[in-house]
Design a protein around this ligand. Structure first.
Ligand SMILES: NC(=O)c1ccc[n+]([C@@H]2O[C@H](COP(=O)([O-])OP(=O)(O)OC[C@H]3O[C@@H](n4cnc5c(N)ncnc54)[C@H](O)[C@@H]3O)[C@@H](O)[C@H]2O)c1
Length: 338
């Protein structure tokens, strides 16, 4: 059985990807995750078994650690998802984004080259393309990179490093760029879980500016299937965009969440807009449909309802995240065993 190294596998998308791969049972997985505030080992606790799925606590910026993982396992591919991922935090302080997203990606690329890892799958974002006007055509793989936030600038920088390793070193790498993901296990600083948990608690739902920003919502399970298709069928050096055909205004999403939960729209609280807030993202997923045979299986209406229900029914997970208890999980599970 081939082995995959999944970076950021305790985060939102990474944990859904690890669960998908574990469920299918076709690969061994090593998860490398620093367990920052965004990493939660509880997300994958039921699939980490120390055999087909193992967990390594550490940073992708630790070159010695990464080299030792690659030296001790015959890794077919690195699925690279570890990142600082929240735009608002990058506005407060950009340095951690450069450290993890740029320096960390470089460490992985150097280590993958040295160890002869067959393929590098770099998970990026549509935010590298910048923002769209209301009538602009959706982003394609040929859209120029015009990142607007420190977060998207750090992701675009890492994309360019990957591109350079393909061009200069002949590395077999693919880059995936997706629209906004939603689904289970997303940390509640992001729009949909934040709105959902606030609504469940009867607290105000903070809507940036006029709430008319448009995002193209992609269910995380569809995205994870796409990452695996890019790994298994993608052509070296190619970029693949994944979108959910799910364009919707933030305010419409917030109102839909309130409706699902039977809560009143008086909970909507308009707050000052994020500086430099991108107005609209939309992905044209034609290339992945034609070349990989990928189509999203979730439509946004059903996916949103299922997601709201997931947060309603996973009260222990939500409570551990809200209280900060989740941050002690690693110590309790691993360090006490010595
Ligand atoms: N969430 C989205 O809507 C979205 C959209 C497009 C692209 N992406 C990209 O997908 C990837 C995963 O996003 P996510 O939403 O799951 O993020 P997340 O913030 O939920 O998870 C990131 C994970 O990376 C880990 N991590 C952070 N720094 C690390 C380091 N130095 N070394 C090792 N691990 C580290 C964290 O502990 C966490 O488990 C990111 O690369 C992100 O840019 C996300």
């Amino acid at each position: 059985m081939k082995t995959l190294l999944v970076t950021g596998g305790a985060g939102f998308i990474g944990s859904n990807l690890v669960r998908l791969i574990a469920r299918e049972g076709r690969y061994r997985i090593i998860v490398l995750d620093a367990l920052t505030y965004a990493g939660n080992l509880e997300n994958i606790q039921d699939v980490v078994n120390g055999d087909t799925v193992t967990f390594v606590h550490g940073s992708i910026t630790d070159a010695a650690l990464v080299a030792s993982i690659l030296a001790n396992a015959d890794i077919d591919a690195i699925l690279h998802l570890a990142a600082e991922s929240h735009v608002d935090r990058s506005i407060q302080s950009a340095a951690p984004f450069i450290e993890t997203n740029v320096v960390g990606t470089l460490v992985l690329l150097e280590a993958a080259k040295a160890a002869g890892v067959r393929r590098f799958v770099h998970v990026s974002t549509d935010e590298v393309y910048g923002t769209l006007g209301p009538d602009d055509p959706a982003f394609t793989e040929e859209t120029p990179l015009q990142p607007n936030s420190p977060y998207s600038a750090s992701k675009a920088s890492s994309d360019l490093l990957v591109r350079s390793f393909v061009h200069t070193h002949g590395m077999d790498a693919v880059i995936t760029r997706c629209s906004n993901n939603y689904g289970p296990y997303q940390f509640p600083e992001k729009f949909i879980p934040l709105m959902t948990l606030n609504a469940i608690d009867g607290r105000g739902l903070p809507v940036y500016g006029d709430g008319l920003q448009v995002r193209d919502w992609l269910h995380v399970e569809d995205h994870c299937r796409g990452i695996m298709m890019a790994y298994e069928q993608g052509k070296a050096g190619e970029v693949y965009n994944f979108g959910g055909y799910g364009e919707e205004k933030n305010i419409v999403v917030a109102k839909a969440i309130l409706k699902h939960l039977g809560k009143d729209e008086s909970l909507l609280t308009y707050v000052a807009d994020r500086p430099g807030h991108d107005r609209r993202y939309a992905i044209n997923p034609r290339k992945v449909a034609h070349e990989l045979g990928w189509e999203p299986e979730w439509n946004f209406e059903d996916g949103l309802r299922a997601t709201v229900e997931w947060y309603q029914s996973h009260t222990a997970w939500c409570e551990n995240v809200r209280s900060g208890e989740y941050r002690t999980y690693y110590q309790r599970q691993y360090e006490q065993r010595g």
